[in-house]
Design a protein around this ligand. Structure first.
Ligand code: 2AM
Ligand code: CA
Length: 269
């Protein structure tokens, strides 16, 4: 296969995502071994590792020149010397996978020379596939997603993990509290990737996390580019695709107003 035909690459990657989702669904019938990583809320299962290995094998077989970055610790050695990189989260929302068997996603992104070319976020239990190729529109299953319309803060619904409200003493905390007070509603689904896919598809107007990694947001940025969604760190700086950081994604005008009237105003006061 032509290694720069992004549409064909997306179609192939979707077949892998569907196969991986069958493995995940089958595993829910069995006892899953769970471990904690950095903290009690940071879980990994044998299925995270198995699905990541599955993608690595497929990518190495089909695209030996491409690099690979996955959440469970696999990355290609000569990462920096390769133009094309696959960024994979085998399960986004592992806590949901373990505790609820619901609201978890498989995420696949392909970046070329730093630009997002393919983004796939698959809600396994709802069979909802969010996918995009740069310049060719974003889709929810077969339905093309529309460009995002502006929304005012007092009419906005945002995605946010309530824990971020608790960090007293951190610069972001009073800003997040103020925003939560002023928006119309706050939702928390427990999968950053799905929440950003919901922004791309208009179900949410914004999503905030103060700590995400490339595999959590790489695919979502490709979707957001196609519908005019905005993204930055929580402080309004550009996102670096291979670096962990805070993330704020939102509808165009909403994103701008939150950065200016909430974040910058508080930080400059
Ligand atoms: P994960 O399930 O792939 O780890 C939970 O609010 C969301 O934040 C999930 O999408 C989760 O992704 C993500 N997240 C990123 N880093 C995390 C961390 N260190 N601990 C817990 N959740 C994390
Ligand atoms: Ca994960």
């Amino acid at each position: 296969m032509n290694e720069y035909d992004w549409h064909k690459i997306k179609e192939l990657a979707i077949t892998w995502v569907k196969e991986a989702s069958n493995q995940l669904k089958a595993s829910l019938e069995e006892t899953i071994h769970v471990e904690t990583k950095s903290s009690p809320d940071d879980l990994v299962t044998e299925m995270d590792r198995k699905i990541e290995q599955y993608f690595l094998q497929k990518i190495q077989m089909n695209f030996p020149n491409h690099a690979f970055l996955g959440e469970e610790g696999i990355s290609s050695e000569e990462f920096d010397n390769r133009d094309t990189i696959w960024i994979i989260d085998p399960i986004d929302g592992t806590t949901n996978f373990v505790h609820q068997q619901y609201n978890f996603a498989i995420c696949v992104a392909v970046y070329h020379k730093g630009e997002g070319k393919v983004g796939i976020i698959y809600d396994v239990m709802n069979d909802e596939l969010f996918h995009a190729v740069a310049g060719q529109g974003a889709f929810r299953n077969e339905e093309r997603l529309e460009s995002l319309a502006p929304v005012k803060v007092d009419k906005a619904i945002i995605g946010l993990n309530a824990r971020w409200l608790l960090y007293k003493g951190k610069a972001f905390q009073p800003i997040v509290v103020d925003l939560v007070r002023q928006v119309r509603g706050v939702r928390s689904y427990g999968s950053a990737a799905l929440e950003m896919a919901y922004v791309a598809s208009g179900r949410l107007d914004g999503y905030i996390s103060l700590r995400l990694s490339p595999w959590d947001f790489a695919a979502a940025l490709v979707l957001l580019n196609e519908v005019g969604g905005c993204y930055s760190t929580f402080y309004g700086e550009p996102l670096a695709i291979l670096k962990a950081s805070s993330v704020f994604v939102g509808k165009p005008q909403f994103h701008d107003v939150v950065i200016r009237k909430f974040v910058q105003k508080e930080l400059n006061s």
